[in-house]
Design a protein around this ligand. Sequence first.
Ligand code: AMP
Ligand code: MG
Length: 318
Amino acid sequence: MTELLSATPEGIARAAALLREGKLVAFGTETVYGLGADATKGDAVAAIFAAKQRPRFNPLISHFPDADSAFAHVAATQAARLLAEEFWPGPLTLVLPRLPATPIHDLTGAGLPTLAIRVPASETARALLRSAGLPIAAPSANRSGQVSPTSAQHVLSELDGRIEAILDSGPCAVGLESTILDLSGPRPVLLRPGGISREALEEILGPIARAESDDHAPRAPGMLRSHYAPRLPVRLSATSIAPTEALLAFGPPLTGGCTTFSLSASGDLTEAATRLFAGLRALDATPGASAIAVMPIPHHGLGLALNDRLERAAAPRG
Ligand code: AMP
Ligand code: MG
């Protein structure tokens, strides 16, 4: 059963305690209801994907109670600070290079060198974030493919029994997703239009480019703008291993190969999800390896998202 918590000091304290225990808690923001989890804990973040039945690991936005706590995890630019001053708290998400020392798990950022950060305007959301004292990863609190929820009832109708609690702060004021602005490159790029208009951003930054393609409209397989791709070729469903190949193992590992990284020796999909990006990166850096060979991963639950990401990593690059 999912607990329905009210936006009282007690309800907020309970929701924060659950988040600190690594549980999933949906909470209202001014945009939509988010499905929150401790962004520093891989298995808590993996649980978000499992609860949403999301078939892919896309990067999640980390939420903070104020700009200082958000900027502690990224290399903030002058432009980022100006925008934060103007639009935070509010429906603006900034993408910036992640700092090497950040405790935010790489599953939260889908293995990317950047992180998406936001300070929501909702008072209740910020009280929760302050009380949790952790970066909170939160995509919209709906099942994959459904519309974003703007009330606690919407969340309940899709995720009852699949998440620990919902902090009910009433209907969302904006009801539209946050604007996502990528400040990690040489020029700002608008990745998603949303609650803050492009014109409002341009008043501060000057002209802003629009992303050529979004995550869902790849230019070519394996060429998605926002996903991590290894340098070495990737061979899927490996049931044998060549001496020069680096093995990404699932379950009892094959023997042979030049090195092995185990996603999960016991064949646990959640554990595998938390180790996927670290594993790809470690094997990719193996001196002299000719390819990464990946053992078969069952195609159910989190296996869908694992296989999706591995298929993208294996796709020919243009
Ligand atoms: P949602 O949380 O479901 O509203 O979606 C979050 C959006 O932020 C997705 O479209 C992500 O692809 C995007 N996003 C999050 N982090 C990054 C990042 N580091 N780089 C690019 N896009 C990001
Ligand atoms: Mg969504």
